[in-house]
Design a protein around this ligand. Structure first.
Ligand SMILES: C[S@@+](CC[C@H](N)C(=O)[O-])C[C@H]1O[C@@H](n2cnc3c(N)ncnc32)[C@H](O)[C@@H]1O
Length: 412
């Protein structure tokens, strides 16, 4: 039976209502803070003096909540209800990872590791310098192809809703210039997100004493082993004499050779989506089963449990460039779940299981449309979710209530 407590409002206020040392793990997808670059001299000074710095502007697609990564003031509230030794798994972007993690350190967390989630389906958002240069210099560009059925639309996001003007579809020329700046851009194709693994310091002298007292402190290695496909794979470590995978001895006083385990491979700090796994397979001529991989969120997964909700246009990662370096904008699709950054349930399930003891309480203070909550329920954990936007809160509540439907969907 699920046990869920959902709180609407600012998470700093909601966190104040939780008792000390009552939460087993925090698994969350916090704002990435992809807005304006801030002056770090000011931010760090503010953080050290008062744990908070006033940030101007907005973040991803004009959203106020994404203006900055969670600040030390937030993490200081979050660390109090977490049990000593309790883990946090928190998503960050490759651009703002450093400041996000610094805020956690300043609040007293120990950083234990970083898991990268690698995906092959991202689109570069790179400025075509060659094209801009030619425009400025009035240079002719050679037409090298045609982009058929291209649709332009302007999109300005606000609170998860897209205000836009969709223009008629047109065929568009693909051009190439000959200046020295042709082929130069400003950004790489995004292919990784970072999940920091942090821990509230232990209250006891040893990990064993800490797990005895609080039930937390370790991570669930056996519960997260990656199934082995094929015998050769299983014996790889021994056959090559490669004892790279090591486990801490029970006393925590060193390492011992990795002993192949029938249940599967030792969980690694790298996770793939389907496309990235396929790319790796092609390159290495092998099978990526040694790593955990999850498909991206399907439409069904995003919208399940929301039959009574209206379809709305959502904002999303809709701008980018194709391989020909031509800027394009994807067509907006109406959805019931209007959240722009829904995470896959399988990924969140794995993460919850990695850091939460059986029957424990998972907290997500940035709940969004509730993906962590569904995952926690599927694993038999109790769940506390916090979200300030009413629209997202309602969606999260409905999706979490339908977690059994998700079980059926994900089993298929
Ligand atoms: C990156 S999204 C999480 C999306 C989620 N992983 C999902 O699958 O739907 C972060 C969420 O945190 C919420 N948020 C941001 N600041 C908040 C605050 N101070 N208190 C509560 N919620 C907040 C935003 O409204 C947003 O929905």
């Amino acid at each position: 039976m699920k046990q869920v407590k959902l709180m609407q409002g600012d998470n700093i206020l909601s966190l104040k209502k939780l008792p000390d040392n009552s939460i087993d793990s925090i698994v969350t997808d916090a704002p990435y803070g992809l807005g304006k670059e801030q002056d770090m001299n000011i931010v760090l000074k503010d953080w050290i003096e008062k744990g908070y710095s006033e940030i101007k502007g907005t973040g991803f697609m004009g959203q106020k909540w994404d203006a900055y990564v969670p600040q030390p003031l937030f993490w200081k509230e979050a660390i109090r209800p977490l049990k000593p030794g309790g883990h946090v798994l928190c998503f960050f972007s490759s651009r703002t990872y450093d400041i996000g993690v610094m805020a956690m350190r300043l609040a007293g967390f120990e950083i234990r590791d970083t898991i990268t989630w690698n995906f092959g389906s991202g689109f570069p958002k790179s400025h075509n310098i060659g094209k801009s240069y030619d425009k400025k210099m009035d240079n002719e560009r050679e037409v090298v192809g045609k982009l058929e059925n291209y649709q332009d639309k302007s999109s300005k996001g606000k609170n998860g809703h897209m205000m836009e003007e969709v223009k008629p579809r047109i065929d568009m020329d693909v051009t190439k210039g000959s200046s020295q700046w042709e082929g130069w851009g400003t950004a790489l194709k995004p292919a990784a997100e970072y999940i920091v693994m942090a821990r509230k310091p232990l209250s006891e002298k040893t990990i064993v004493d800490n797990v005895i007292k609080w039930g937390v402190g370790g991570i669930n290695i056996d519960g997260c082993r990656v199934k082995i496909e094929g015998k050769d794979d299983r014996s790889a470590g021994i056959r090559t004499g490669n004892f790279g995978d090591t486990e801490l001895t029970p006393g925590g006083n060193g390492t011992e050779p990795y002993i192949p385990n029938e249940e599967g491979r030792f969980p690694a700090n790298i996770i793939f989506d389907e496309t990235a796994a396929e790319m790796l397979d092609e390159q290495s001529d092998s099978n990526t089963s040694r790593f955990f991989y999850v498909p991206k969120v399907s439409k069904k997964e995003r919208n399940m449990g929301l039959d009574l909700f209206e379809d709305k246009i959502i904002e999303g990662r809709d701008e980018g460039q194709d391989e020909l370096n031509v800027a394009f904008k994807k067509r907006p699709t109406p959805q019931k779940n209007i959240h722009a950054t829904v995470k896959p349930i399988n990924l969140m399930t794995y993460l919850c299981r990695l850091v939460t003891p059986p029957g424990g309480i998972v907290l997500d203070p940035f709940m969004g449309s509730g993906s962590t909550g569904i995952s926690a329920c599927l694993e038999g954990f109790r769940f506390v979710g916090m979200e300030m936007e009413k629209d997202y809160f309602d969606i999260a509540e409905a999706r979490i209530n339908s977690y059994e439907e998700y079980r059926k969907l994900l089993k298929k």
